[in-house]
Design a protein around this ligand. Structure first.
Ligand SMILES: NC(=O)c1ccc[n+]([C@@H]2O[C@H](COP(=O)([O-])OP(=O)(O)OC[C@H]3O[C@@H](n4cnc5c(N)ncnc54)[C@H](O)[C@@H]3O)[C@@H](O)[C@H]2O)c1
Length: 395
């Protein structure tokens, strides 16, 4: 276990889904963890959840039950009326509170009043800029993004994000620490959606678009992406699983932050589902009906149609990955790692593009752009250049 800021105590602010998962990760790697939440009872619920997680790890032989007890013994819960004083001893504080810039900025400002000068301040934000969080702090050089995926104890990927004013030494030490926790870290530029939430957008967006155009129905598109594409879940199943409130809002936030680039434009079909309260699995109804006894719709198992569907989505996904590389959002290696470890894609998108043929993908995008007249399908300049030079992605 390496130390940050001279102390190995990790603070976690926000004890919801992400904060309790992050606390569990740090506890199981030997840290003392200080966990706080503004809502009465939230830290107790988090303790129960992470105790369950640690006990399960012990049952599965990932740690001994003595280790699980010791991990729980290192957890210090902070009641809402205690303030931030218990964070004074932390070398690293990770914030996983509500996704609102003003609230996160105020939290960092308050924490900064009690921690030492070399304590690192990390945000688990999915959509806010690290630059704007750092700007609220007295020492913006110690502020960075450490973006876990849900559930944090299970999913290995963590995106590490430096803001304009973040000290590279802070980035390096935070990355080394999280690597030491057994996570797969990638470096992402401080741009909307970082890597995964940007590059994955067409997986949902193109499926919704094909549904709207009547190319195929929900069950057939899901079947095609799983059977022909090899994805673990189809896009509609996955949107239902994530929840349309969350999934739609991520798309809308990336689209807005990208100055309304049509490539990220949200779908009205999904918005209507959200407005109707059909939020997906958790509501019992989304694209699919989850009521007991409901019959699942049958896909049209047509290999030719399935290939059309898969190739169109893949062309858009590879284009998005190529553009992220072109705009230096991440390195080629980190782009591949992010999509395979963060969202379980069967292959890295750049390698997949090489395999199918970049020329074929470019032709496909150009045909879509020509037919629709939409900028949404514009090929990345990098993809064009690579095809012109008969090149392949170096992955
Ligand atoms: N849920 C995901 O899939 C996911 C994945 C990656 C990142 N994130 C990000 O992680 C953060 C937390 O998300 P979540 O899903 O855990 O949310 P959540 O609603 O489950 O938990 C947030 C917790 O923060 C507490 N809180 C709110 N304001 C607070 C404050 N001022 N001080 C202390 N506690 C406060 C709430 O009481 C709540 O318990 C957000 O920034 C979100 O964008 C979420």
């Amino acid at each position: 276990m390496s130390a940050l800021g001279g102390s190995t105590v990790v603070g976690v602010v926000g004890a919801g889904a992400m904060g309790s998962g992050i606390a569990q990760v740090a506890l199981s790697r030997g840290h003392e963890v200080v966990l706080a939440d503004a809502l009465p009872g939230a830290t107790d619920r988090a303790r129960a959840a992470l105790e369950k997680g640690l006990r399960r790890d012990a049952e599965k032989g990932r740690m001994t039950s003595g280790d699980a007890d010791a991990a729980l013994g290192r957890l210090r819960l902070v009641a809402p009326d205690e303030g931030v004083a218990p964070f004074a001893s932390c070398g690293l504080v990770i914030e996983a509170i509500v996704e609102r810039l003003d609230v996160k900025q105020a939290t960092f400002r308050t924490i900064e009043e009690v921690v030492g000068d070399d304590c690192v301040l990390a945000s688990n934000t999915s959509s806010l800029s690290i630059a704007s969080l750092g700007a609220a702090c007295r020492r913006p050089e110690r502020v960075l993004g450490v973006h876990f995926f849900n559930p944090a104890p299970v999913l290995p990927l963590v995106e590490i994000v430096a803001g304009v004013r973040t000290d590279p030494a802070v980035v390096a030490s935070a990355r080394a620490l999280v690597d030491g926790w057994g996570k797969a870290t990638v470096l992402a530029a401080d741009t909307p959606g970082f890597i995964v939430n940007r590059v994955a957008r067409p997986f949902y967006g193109e499926a919704l678009r094909m549904l709207e155009e009547g190319v195929a129905d929900v069950a057939t598109i899901d079947w095609a992406m799983k059977t022909v594409g090899g994805f673990r879940m189809g896009p509609f199943e996955l949107m239902d699983f994530i929840g349309h409130d969350v999934n739609y809002l991520v798309t809308e936030s990336v689209w807005t932050a990208m100055y309304f680039d049509p490539r990220y434009r949200p779908s009205l079909t999904q918005k209507r589902l959200l407005e109707a309260g059909w939020l997906g699995r958790k509501a019992g109804r989304g694209f699919y009906d989850y009521a007991t006894g409901a019959t699942a719709p049958e896909p049209h198992r047509d290999e030719t149609l399935g290939t059309v569907i898969f190739r169109r989505t893949l062309a858009m996904l590879v284009n998005e990955a190529a553009d992220a590389l072109h705009l230096r959002v991440a390195s080629a290696a980190d782009l591949e790692l992010a999509m395979t470890k963060g969202v379980n894609y069967p292959k890295g998108l750049l390698a997949w593009g090489n395999e199918i043929g970049l020329g074929k993908l470019l032709e496909h995008l150009e045909a879509l752009q020509f037919e629709t007249g939409e900028d949404r399908y514009r090929p990345s300049p990098l993809l064009r250049r690579m095809v012109r030079n008969d090149d392949r992605f170096a992955v």
